[in-house]
Design a protein around this ligand. Structure first.
Ligand code: HGY
Ligand code: MN
Ligand code: MN
Ligand code: MN
Length: 413
């Protein structure tokens, strides 16, 4: 009787337990995680995951922007490593799975290979990228961006948070300024497992998303300057109300996105109104603008319409309006060999799957600039993410981890 060779599988329970352990660091009352980049909580989480890597016999390297690389030796050390990873920094009111799942899925791949004493030809590497979220410091996806040369280490070091603390100060304070030059080590191929952060897989009843591409993104800081004045004694026609002008721009961000569907996205997430007093006409408003689309031409058109609208608004209102681009990456198609490897692994394991374009940015976008890269999505409850109620099923995370294992094995030889 021929015994059918069962495919090697990861241990979803062990993965879930590690996620629970990691998510005690920065756990919030509502069941989410607040673990902002380069805080003491980020340091604690880094220390914990590095401890797990060392327990698996991995060698640890840290680069100058704090990216962490944990390597499992391969039979052929001349081969570039097959890498998998993500991030462990979160949004201020973040979820338990965004980023954390991808890092611990990569670690679970290593744990599974060690448990079954599988030797791969190429080394296997687990990557933890610094400041993927871009919430505390811009640009977004900072560690992977420096790694691939999208912007300089100096530019990243100089970034400051709302309290005026710099990346270099904070990275030094938590003890994670490594000595490796970012990007000096080549990558053979890169895979990232992530929750979809949208509703498509769940709506379609699929377990795996094969990701062909990621939307391009442009982030801006916009500052509207008017004149603080008395809310009662200042006649309406004489006002220079920064907030009223700012709100017209905020509405236009959404209107532009709605003009370029199905992948147009427009969001104003951060607003600072000053002096923010109920009986003072606002003198200055600072707010963020996040626009995205699936192809370069559409994203360029959206950017053009935004800047034209702001110029017209400045002329019409007579208020000063400053628009500064603080992050940008073009739409990123993933490498066909990696997309195919993810699809083959999914089919071999028999999971219902579909192609899903990623609306969210990921470190894989920058890894794709220096190596063939691919992503694996799993559903999240109601498609909600960047929210403390973010949730996912253990069996779906295990499925995503199994696909990650087999896609990596195909490339690691
Ligand atoms: O904004 C993004 O898409 C990512 O989650 N940082
Ligand atoms: Mn993420
Ligand atoms: Mn995120
Ligand atoms: Mn992301």
């Amino acid at each position: 009787m021929t015994t059918v060779q069962q495919p090697l599988l990861t241990n979803g329970k062990r993965l879930w337990q590690s996620l629970e352990e990691l998510n005690k660091i920065g756990a919030t009352a509502k069941g989410g995680v607040k673990r902002l980049t380069l805080t003491d909580l980020d340091r604690q989480a880094r220390d914990l995951v590095i401890g797990w890597g060392k327990a698996e016999g991995l060698s640890i390297r840290i680069d100058k922007i704090g990216n962490i690389f944990m390597r499992r030796a391969g039979g052929d050390p001349s081969r570039a490593p097959i890498m998998a990873g993500s991030h462990i920094d979160t949004q201020p009111s973040g979820g338990r799975f965004d980023g954390n799942f991808g890092v611990l899925a990569a670690l679970e791949v290593v744990r599974t290979l060690n448990q079954h004493q599988v030797q791969t030809a190429a080394p296997i590497e687990v990557a933890i990228w610094t400041n993927e979220e871009g919430s505390r410091f811009v640009p977004v996806m900072m560690g992977s961006g420096v790694f691939c040369g999208a912007f300089s280490l100096e530019h990243a070091y100089a970034a400051k948070d709302v309290d005026g603390k710099s990346v270099l100060e904070e990275l030094t304070r938590i003890g994670y300024v490594g000595d490796e030059t970012p990007g000096e080590h080549p990558i053979g191929a890169y895979f990232e497992a992530h929750i979809e952060q949208g509703p498509v897989l769940e709506d379609e009843g699929k377990i795996i998303g094969v990701v062909p591409a990621v939307l391009g993104l442009s982030w801006y800081d916009c500052t509207v300057t008017g004149l603080e004045a008395h809310a009662g004694s200042t006649p309406m026609p004489l006002r220079r109300d920064a907030l009223q002008v700012a709100t017209t721009i905020m509405q236009e961000v959404v209107a532009i996105a709605n003009r370029y569907q199905p992948y147009g996205r427009g969001t104003v997430g951060f607003v600072q109104n000053s002096p923010n007093s109920r009986n003072v006409i606002p003198g200055e408003v600072k707010f963020s603008i996040d626009i995205r689309n699936v192809n370069k031409a559409l994203l360029d058109t959206m950017q053009g319409e935004l800047t034209a609208f702001i110029e017209k608004t400045a002329q019409h209102s007579g208020l000063a309006i400053k628009l500064e681009q603080v992050s940008h990456f073009p739409p990123c198609p993933f490498h066909e060999d990696c997309v195919a490897a993810v699809r083959r692994a999914t089919e071999k394991l028999g999971y219902p799957h579909m192609d899903v374009v990623s609306g969210a940015g990921h470190d894989a976008v920058y890894a794709a600039r220096v190596a063939p890269a691919g992503m694996i999505f799993v559903p999240c409850k109601d498609g909600i993410s960047h929210n403390e109620i973010e949730d996912a099923k253990p069996e779906h995370l295990e499925a995503g981890c199994n696909v990650l294992l087999h896609a990596m094995l195909e490339r690691a030889g």
